[in-house]
Design a protein around this ligand. Structure first.
Ligand SMILES: [Mg+2]
Length: 427
């Protein structure tokens, strides 16, 4: 029997803006940051749970404060009881009626809850001696649905239907686990495509992505200048040839009519998808864009604030690819809900990643999805960006354009103490 004794937080910021890494049409100078939390107990095993929220610099202190505000919910609580009922852990934070006013279930507060829930899942996986994807894949359909809050979902997805989806995927779990362990999960890379990179760097990195790293899809940032976008797409297409998929990402830059016009002007370059064409809250706007640019798929989700919005996007056929994010919603619980919704609609999930640690964390959800939820890898790939992996205890490894399966116990969230110390923001 052990007890939660407290949490510690860190405002960690990497000065990535100096290299224009991560630059796009809306975010010209991000400093990739993590509002980082460690959950402590008095257990003899000495294990802690780690989680974080990804931000891009200013405001990371606000996120840290929101995480710190959750500490009182944990301190003094029985560890074994809470980790055995992760649905109760969700309710402990999400159902706090006063904190709820700050969302509800969206934004800074909800993301802070996500960080703490992720830290709890990290602790649960470390205690089980398993990487999170395997821990989730070893849970029964009943145990998994107990982690999901079906409030606001039941018009589209009931607990019973979710159970059916998970039970359908039960046969073959073992075979798919072996497959993940042997050959990993497909990735694609955004490394060549940052808006601030010059032509030479774009072409060199695009070639490397394909010829050296083995990716079959790259992604370019677009949306600042149409002529420039056409120029860069032409260069990238020449560099990688006709058989490699090229996606584009506008990072919410356009209004709906402008998006349709702009995408049509780029369509000759054979686009794999168009990402975040407009406001992430505009479900009907996305639906209009998807209808107008079909068969080019619309992809979005990295700023999707919760499972309710995921439900609406799917109901409205407003996207063709769902890009869930590891730290935008309230942790693995809510991402499980989103995976179940996507499975019900047969929509592929291609998670957003990059930033700090997003690759490390979200890969667990995709691998688990393949083993125990959708059972499908077709048209699915996880974003990869070659930044900042060296700061994690169990960094992402890419082989032949694919994510290698994590084998280290935990959720992939733990940062090296030396990195936390060196990059803690001191104003
Ligand atoms: Mg994006």
């Amino acid at each position: 029997m052990s007890t939660f004794t407290g949490i510690t937080t860190h405002d960690v910021r990497f000065p990535t803006s100096t290299m224009l890494d991560g630059s796009d049409a809306m975010n010209p100078d991000p400093d990739y940051s993590a509002a980082y939390v460690s959950v402590h107990t008095d257990a003899d095993d000495g294990l802690e749970g780690d989680g974080f929220v990804f931000t891009i610099g200013r405001g990371n202190d606000v996120e840290v404060a929101a995480i710190k505000a959750l500490e009182d919910h944990l301190v003094g609580r029985n560890v074994e009881e809470l980790l055995a009922d992760m649905g109760a852990a969700w309710r402990l934070f999400v159902y706090d009626s006063q904190l709820r006013w700050l969302g509800p279930e969206k934004g800074v507060e909800h993301m802070a809850i996500g960080a703490v829930l992720t830290a709890l899942w990290d602790l649960k996986a470390k205690r089980a001696g398993m990487p999170l994807w395997q821990l989730l894949s070893s849970m029964s359909p009943e145990e998994l649905v107990d982690c999901v809050d079906f409030r606001y979902l039941t018009d589209v997805l009931t607990r019973t239907e979710a159970l059916e989806i998970l039970k359908r995927a039960e046969p073959g779990r073992e075979r798919r686990t072996q497959e993940i362990l042997e050959s990993g999960y497909p990735g694609y890379t955004t490394t060549p495509g940052w808006l601030g990179y010059d032509d030479e760097k774009l072409v060199r990195l695009a070639r490397e992505a394909v010829e050296v790293e083995g990716f079959n899809q790259i992604k370019l940032k677009v949306g600042a200048d149409l002529d420039e976008d056409r120029h860069r797409l032409r260069l990238a297409r020449e560099a990688v040839g006709p058989d490699i998929r090229i996606a584009v990402d506008a990072n919410q830059r356009w209004d709906v009519p402008e998006a349709i016009e702009w995408i049509r002007a780029l369509s000759e370059y054979d686009l794999a998808w168009v990402e975040e064409p407009t406001s992430p809250d505009d479900v009907l706007g996305h639906a209009a864009i998807q209808k107008a640019i079909a068969p080019i798929p619309v992809a979005t989700g990295e700023h999707m604030m919760n499972r309710v919005l995921a439900k609406q996007y799917l109901q409205a056929h407003a996207l063709s690819i769902l890009q869930m994010d590891a730290t935008r919603v309230a942790g693995p619980n809510e991402n499980l809900a989103i995976l179940l919704l996507a499975a019900k609609f047969g929509v592929p999930v291609c998670p957003h990643a990059g930033g700090v640690g997003l690759c490390e964390v979200v890969a667990h959800m995709s691998m688990f999805d393949y083993v125990a939820v959708s059972g499908n890898m077709e048209n699915r790939r996880i974003e990869y960006v070659d930044h900042l992996h060296e700061h994690f205890v169990s960094p992402t490894v890419i082989r032949n354009g694919r994510y290698v399966a994590q084998r280290t116990p935990g959720a992939g969230t733990e940062m090296l103490p030396a990195s936390i110390e060196e990059f803690t923001y001191r104003g």
